[in-house]
Design a protein around this ligand. Sequence first.
Ligand SMILES: [Zn+2]
Length: 75
Amino acid sequence: MLSMRQALMNESDQISIDFDEASNAWRQNKNQLKNGMFSYKKSSKNCCYVCEDGKKCRKKQLLNDKFCQWHFSPN
Ligand SMILES: [Zn+2]
């Protein structure tokens, strides 16, 4: 499987890479950036994580998740 960088280099031509279902699922809650990196898509709600001192995490939830990118736990 080609790396993401190679995929981008071929973009003007045609991307002929078949991402399997796992890759598609992985990409669903992320944005692909121009440099080939990914960033998480965020919802407008705050993370539900409560710290040990009782303060709620103030980062935004990830899309389709109750927690931010630091506190979510993939099953
Ligand atoms: Zn959080």
